[in-house]
Design a protein around this ligand. Structure first.
Ligand SMILES: N[C@@H](CCC(=O)N[C@@H](CS)C(=O)NCC(=O)O)C(=O)O
Length: 244
């Protein structure tokens, strides 16, 4: 049995980490069974190969990185989503969409949660198990690591909020264009690219704390329908209010 370490559901959000949610979504799309081990985000990153989540335990090995894990499982179980049906143009678009989702949109999402939104509420929400006397210190430490470290390093943190909001609109315009009115990015069945597309879009659209990025994303009706449909199809068994 494969064990997936997750941070757990948070109201309407699948996981605080869009990369964990990407992998979990892919496992569900591919119908590969798994058991979950829940942990706080800092505990999980401390155990993870490269310090990055997700990681899984499978075949007596610990494997990290959602893409490496998916490739491992495809080699083991076969191409359950039939990614090989895609032609060269579709595969090339898939590479671009994957990069957009895992890099630009990921950092824009971080900016939305930490700079454009209320970072303190987010930290309280994500670290809800932390005792109250440790919260203030955790908030300061997390802000320093994320805003001064990660966002400054990626360069997005050096831009003002309107610049980043427009960057988000540009990315969502492009994704809504390529999705069109199809059920999934390429046709009427999910591919591996849809797992990542869904997980990052849902990280905005299904994010339970309002912030301007969430509002922008929710104004794209086709993207909202896509996220709601994938969630209903794949996560129908989850009790979103109480489910872990
Ligand atoms: N390419 C990796 C990216 C994973 C990643 O960036 N995970 C974030 C959480 S969403 C993380 O572990 N961040 C910890 C850090 O940056 O120190 C994958 O696909 O798994």
């Amino acid at each position: 049995m494969l064990t997936l370490s997750r941070t757990g559901r948070y109201e309407s959000l699948g996981d605080v980490s869009p990369f964990i949610y990407r992998l979990e979504t892919w496992l569900r799309m591919a119908d590969i069974s798994y058991e979950s081990k829940l942990g706080a985000i800092n505990e999980l990153t401390a155990q993870a190969p490269r310090g990055l989540i997700p990681f899984v335990e499978v075949d007596n090995e610990t494997i990290g990185d959602s893409s490496i894990i998916i490739e491992y499982l495809k080699a083991k179980h076969g191409d359950a989503l039939n990614d090989e049906r895609l032609n060269v143009a579709q595969k090339s678009l898939g590479t671009l969409v994957k990069t957009l989702c895992e890099h630009e949109l990921f950092y824009i999402m971080i900016y939305g949660r930490w700079v454009d939104g209320d970072a303190e509420s987010f930290v309280r929400f994500a670290m809800r198990d932390l005792p109250e006397d440790q919260i203030a210190m955790a908030i300061e430490a997390a802000k320093d690591r994320v805003i001064n470290g990660m966002l400054h390093g990626y360069r997005l943190g050096r831009y003002d909020i309107e610049f980043v909001r427009q960057a988000l609109r540009d990315k969502l315009d492009a994704l809504a264009h390529f999705l069109g009115d199809k059920p999934f990015l390429f046709d009427d069945a999910p591919s591996t690219i849809d797992a990542g597309l869904y997980s990052i879009l849902a990280s905005f659209i299904h994010f339970p704390l309002p912030n301007p990025h969430v509002e922008i994303a929710r104004s794209y009706s086709s993207l909202v329908e896509y996220c709601d449909r994938v969630k209903a199809d794949l996560y129908g068994d989850v009790d979103w209010q109480h489910g872990a």
